[in-house]
Design a protein around this ligand. Structure first.
Ligand SMILES: [Zn+2]
Length: 320
């Protein structure tokens, strides 16, 4: 099965599913642009976004080479005492909603999101295991989680026993406000790795801007030590991250990388073209592809990723 491991669900709660979306300042324009480049009508942000987005995603999955897409829930931000930061989050997608959608649509695989500082984190995890969760998603720098805080040992051990892999955001972040930049460093993932959790570092900690730290080198070094560490190639078709493709393909760890798009983040074939990874003819062909999920797949195939890159997620995700 070809699986896109990293697909965001976006919604404003218009269908009563409990989701919300509250972009502020420049993020309003950024989100409008992201929806526009998917081909969604103007005004979707304030319209029936839940249904418009879901139908577009289902259509894109069905019309692409992907057999399934992992849809990501998004938890709120909590402090260490377990109190929710009411006004910090930009969007929220409830776990129950992704679990429910995955039951209705066989091409969707549910990834839940549980802030480990929640007072009910272990109970929520239990509920999600029961509900069929295949993956756990967090953005440690946005959610403000030091994953190697010893207080979280029990949470990670439980996740490991349940066989649920963890997809933490790594590297810098530009689409959401960052609470603590320190937690974008893959070295902060040592505790879950030591607890036996399969960790898939989202974006492989690759540089997102020239001034970013080189997290990919750190990730390669950590892969030597931890056989349960992987990276995904999501949001790689952006100006700077594209430069990391070649290093991954040449690496002895290339089989530890997994396909993901980061839909609805824009997927632009021009960047791999600029970095000389595809030629002009390939660029023209791929740029014609209107389906974002398919475009991401076509780019990676043209660059030289083999079949295993697209099917590897199936060997890592928890399947009931
Ligand atoms: Zn993402």
């Amino acid at each position: 099965m070809k699986i896109d491991l990293h697909v965001h669900l976006v919604g404003n709660g218009s269908s009563g599913n409990g989701a919300w979306l509250r972009p502020r300042g420049i993020h309003i324009y950024l989100y409008q642009y992201m929806l526009h480049q998917l081909g969604l009508p103007a005004g979707s942000l304030k319209g029936d976004l839940d249904e418009i987005f879901l139908q577009k995603l289902l259509l894109d999955v069905r019309e692409s080479s992907m057999d399934a897409a992992v849809i990501l829930a998004m938890d709120d931000i909590y402090d260490e005492q377990g109190n929710v930061h009411e006004n910090q989050g930009v969007f929220h997608i409830p776990n129950e909603h992704v679990l429910k959608l995955a039951k209705l649509h066989p091409e969707l695989i549910p990834a839940v999101s549980i802030h480990p500082h929640r007072r009910d984190a272990l109970e929520e995890l239990e509920k999600c295991i029961e509900g069929g969760a295949a993956l756990l998603k967090l953005l440690p720098n946005v959610h403000n989680v030091n994953c190697s805080d010893r207080k979280l040992t029990k949470f990670w051990s439980h996740l490991s026993e349940a066989g649920i892999p963890f997809l933490p955001h790594t590297g810098s972040e530009h689409t959401l406000p960052v609470m603590n930049k320190a937690w974008e460093d893959p070295r902060s993932l040592e505790l879950p790795l030591e607890c036996g959790v399969t960790v898939i570092a989202a974006h492989s900690a690759a540089k997102n801007a020239p001034w970013d730290e080189d997290g990919l080198t750190t990730l390669f070094r950590m892969m030597e030590k931890y056989p349960n560490l992987y990276g995904d190639t999501s949001a790689f078709n952006l100006p700077w991250r594209s430069s990391a493709y070649r290093r991954i393909l040449k690496s002895e760890f290339r089989e530890r990388f997994v396909h993901g798009s980061d839909y609805p983040v824009p997927i632009q074939a021009i960047w791999p073209r600029v970095w000389g990874l595809i030629d002009g003819e390939q660029h023209r062909e791929i740029a014609k592809t209107g389906n974002s999920l398919e475009r991401d797949y076509q780019i990676k195939k043209a660059i030289g990723f083999e079949e295993g890159h697209f099917t590897r997620a199936g060997t890592l995700l928890r399947r009931k």
